[in-house]
Ligand binder design. Structure first.
Ligand SMILES: *[C@@H]1O[C@H](CO)[C@@H](O)[C@H](O)[C@H]1NC(C)=O
Ligand SMILES: *[C@@H]1O[C@H](CO)[C@@H](O)[C@H](O)[C@H]1NC(C)=O
Ligand SMILES: *[C@@H]1O[C@H](CO)[C@@H](O)[C@H](O)[C@H]1NC(C)=O
Ligand SMILES: *[C@@H]1O[C@H](CO)[C@@H](O)[C@H](O)[C@H]1NC(C)=O
Length: 527
């Protein structure tokens, strides 16, 4: 009976017409409101944040309801041009003076460009489920452990709560709304860290406040800001709060930080958090087995070098799903490194191979490469997939860049990806596709069995692409290119020349196979 009742409600048109819930995540006190954009969602005003090369807004909404978004470009008389990315969502908008109006039925991460104003990034998450109850016995409120939610003082309150929770497996540390300066933090075995909407942990930017854990030869000293305990299992970091790396300031002070480092841990989960302004690679699963990262938003600056979004390192069975990563350096990449060298000094274990990593429904904006395997291939990297994703802008769209190490990168698939724009030339490369082996002074190794399928390259880049090995023995071997659509062409490219891939020395078994046309062309092929 009850089931029938629910089914009736779900299928009744009335239920569809009711408004879904919309939550504007509060703007922390240290951020300024955007002076360029207002955002109203279903008639409710959202917080909009003034930031670096783009402004943004963060909210959550229920899926399954048509929800009206109204973006006002405050400094513009009228909107004469606009784009809403990912284009593959085909969002129809209308203009009313200086307002752009559209609706979403599902939560999405969008990059909106209006006239020549800087971009407005609209981050819409699904409504939170399973919010911990702060009154429960197994929930540890950091305020009960001396944490300062005014952002005035740096203290051990949060770590004390993490340590207390660590004594009770299955418990959760709760960070309520507020601004917290945070030192190095270690999340304990079998515990969760929950960041409530409006909670911001902030890195101070001063090396004296942190443990120097490694020194990178070209950049200097750095730290893992928030890490998991080694040899741990079942750690989760979630909520709609913010981890603010204060990275530009940190780098100006000759220090750097990885923001969230699950390392030497199993069954790791991360969901819903917003990571901002990293001073080095932002989120880096290192030597992790079985990890799921969902709804992670990386908002790095476009003027901090080497501030990658999500880098998966020497891990097995990692899923990154429904994410956006904006960064000056690579948005999403996978790497393996040498033992105890520079940034790998704090790694828990000797080098491990990377196996079975999937990036699904990810959205990249970067000055470097959107989706990349490399540059480190010191251990075998095998079975890596990037799928169902989009690039707003990049220097190089998709890449296997084997620059360091003598191991093999194999069985790598890029599928259902739209590359909207390319600009710049990181490392001298400027193409939609780069599969290359180079010698960076630490050995060379081969690249094998690559599939590039169902790609829309809206632009080819200002330089020819590469499918190029190193020499007669170290080759790029086995590349299948299927359904590669260049520009707005209605038919897929049939030659490497049409794809502008003109550098093919030391490669073999390159196959262009469009026989799947009409099969899984998927949602990205539209005119
Ligand atoms: C974490 O818990 C697991 C049991 O699930 C145990 O095997 C492991 O040693 C613990 N790790 C630490 C660092 O205490
Ligand atoms: C290649 O990767 C796919 C998943 O992307 C996996 O199903 C398959 O088993 C792998 N093949 C080999 C030979 O490792
Ligand atoms: C590959 O590199 C490792 C580590 O640098 C080294 O020990 C090994 O001898 C190298 N193997 C080959 C075949 O060059
Ligand atoms: C490819 O090989 C040819 C012949 O050796 C050489 O002239 C050319 O510079 C090579 N291209 C690249 C991009 O290395």
């Amino acid at each position: 009976m009850l089931l029938n009742y629910f089914l009736t409600i779900l299928s009744s048109p009335m239920a569809v017409m009711t408004l879904g819930k919309v939550v504007s995540h509060p703007m922390p006190s240290l951020y300024e409101q955007s002076r360029l954009f207002d955002l109203e969602v279903d008639g409710e005003k959202m917080h909009t944040v003034s930031y670096a090369q783009y402004d943004y807004a963060h909210l959550s909404m229920d899926g399954g309801h048509s929800t009206i978004f109204r973006v006002t470009a405050l400094g513009e008389e009228e909107i004469t041009s606009y784009s809403i990315s990912p284009h593959r969502l085909n969002i129809n908008a209308r203009v009313d003076g200086n307002e752009l109006i559209f609706s979403l039925a599902e939560p999405r991460y969008l990059i909106i460009k209006i006239n020549s104003v800087k971009e407005f990034v609209v981050l819409v998450d699904p409504t939170e489920t399973a919010v911990p109850n702060i009154k429960d016995d197994d929930v540890y409120n950091v305020l009960d452990y001396g944490a300062d939610n005014t952002g005035e003082s740096l203290n051990d309150g949060i770590q004390n709560a993490l340590d207390a929770a660590g004594k009770h497996p299955g418990s959760t540390v709760y960070v309520p709304k507020g601004l917290y300066l945070a030192p190095n933090l270690k999340i304990r075995n079998h515990t969760s860290l929950y960041l409530a909407s409006g909670a911001v942990l902030r890195f101070t930017g001063h090396s004296a406040d942190y443990e120097t854990m490694y020194t990178k030869s070209d950049l200097g000293p750095g730290t893992w800001w928030i890490q998991t305990e080694f040899d741990s299992t079942d750690i989760k970091v979630y909520g709609r709060g913010v981890l603010d790396g204060n990275g530009k300031y940190t780098r100006d002070n000759d220090f750097m930080n990885d923001i969230l480092v699950p390392a030497g841990t199993k069954n790791f989960e991360c969901d819903g958090i917003l990571v901002r302004d990293s001073g080095f690679w932002a989120v880096t699963p290192i030597q992790v087995e079985d990890a799921t990262l969902t709804n992670i938003k990386i908002l790095n600056r476009l003027d901090v070098t080497q501030d990658d979004g999500i880098d998966v390192v020497e891990s097995q069975r990692v899923r990154v799903k429904r994410s956006i990563a904006i960064a000056n350096d690579d948005s999403y990449s996978t790497k393996t490194w040498p033992y105890k060298t520079g940034t790998t000094v704090p790694y828990p274990y000797p080098p491990r191979r990377q196996d079975d990593v999937v990036f699904d429904d990810c959205f990249a904006w970067t000055g470097c490469m959107g989706f990349k395997v490399g540059q480190g291939v010191h251990e075998h990297q095998d079975n890596i997939r990037f799928q169902n994703s989009a690039i707003y802008k990049a220097g190089v769209g998709i890449a296997v860049h084997h620059l360091f190490g003598n191991s093999t990168a194999s069985n790598i698939t890029f599928e259902d990806i739209e590359i909207e724009r390319l600009a710049g030339s990181p490392g001298g490369f400027a193409s939609w596709l780069l599969l290359i082996i180079q010698e960076g002074g630490r050995g060379v190794g081969s690249v094998e069995d690559i599939v590039v399928r169902n790609i829309l390259a809206r632009t080819q880049g200002s330089r020819p692409g590469f499918i190029q090995g190193y020499n007669d023995k170290v080759k790029v071997d086995g590349v299948t290119l299927s359904n590669i659509y260049m520009y707005a062409n209605a038919t897929p490219a049939t030659t490497l020349e049409e794809m502008n891939i003109l550098n093919t020395n030391y490669s073999e078994d390159i196959d262009i196979d469009n026989s799947l046309l009409g099969g899984i062309v998927g949602p990205i092929i539209h005119t």
